[in-house]
Write a protein that binds this ligand. Sequence first.
Ligand code: AN0
Ligand code: CP
Length: 321
Amino acid sequence: MRNFTCVKDIQNACGSLDAAVKEALAIKADRFAYSHLGKNKTLMMVFFNSSLRTRLSTQKAALNLGMNVIVLDINQGAWKLETERGVIMDGDRPEHILEAIPVMGSYCDVIGVRSFARFESKDDDYNEVILNQFIKYSGRPVFSMEAATGHPLQSFADLITIEEHKTVARPKVVLTWAPHPKALPQAVPNSFAEWMQAADYDFVITHPEGYELAPEFAGNARVEYDQMKAFEGADFVYAKNWAAYSGDNYGKILCTDRSWTVSERQMAVTNNAHFMHCLPVRRNMIVTDDVIESPRSLVIPEAANREISATVVLKKILENL
Ligand code: AN0
Ligand code: CP
């Protein structure tokens, strides 16, 4: 595998999504089995945004494979980067990304990039202008550590977690919007929708009107605007906030209705569903204390599986270097 930005990349690299999950479970059982693979190879992780899980789990994955790791937080100590070509750089950004990227590439063998949607231009976000410049100009394999439109390492970990906990071949998985005080990107729900459909689960999305996801990610997923109806018989409930995508509302908060907060009220109509969230989560906005603390909550094993998804992805990239 050269780059990892979406489900197709891992399907192609492993042969199928089933094979990718099998490989993940094998690595989980023996996570140092390929500790020779990354010898004298360097991973560079570049963060334009904050992170706890991605930073730690991806670094741990690289260590599992025997790699060296260097980390750059663009907003803490690096030069502020201009990202537009043609700009007269007389402002507060002393370096252009067109120099910075090949320079970064010269110090490493693989690059991970975290670069959230900026909500300044829908076109720029949905064309993944930052991630794609890394792919084009770094000369290195690049993987997404959450870019503007997707968070594939998260969705891969979510898939592994569901496969570990499901009790029927084709579980009912519900992605529910939940309220949040700040406008958040669609990356996590986009990828989750993409991966759940690739896994061919019984997949339903529920959200208030106006929160429809981009068609290329929503695909043919069932959308149910009545949250209680959507939750009926669910085996897994995956909560996430996102800002509006459609039209002029791109990046806006349209609803703050806390009746969408996942609580025992909605969980009661499920098939004793497991609760999932990618974290970080705002308690009593997205989910009540009771639900996130219940024995059916998978938020911690889900986060732990981030090490596994990242190990598989880095292994596939290293095998192709
Ligand atoms: C980010 C988001 O919603 O995309 C990262 C989630 C993994 N969340 C926040 O900024 C709170
Ligand atoms: N889930 C996730 O990606 O968490 P971080 O933002 O802490 O990396």
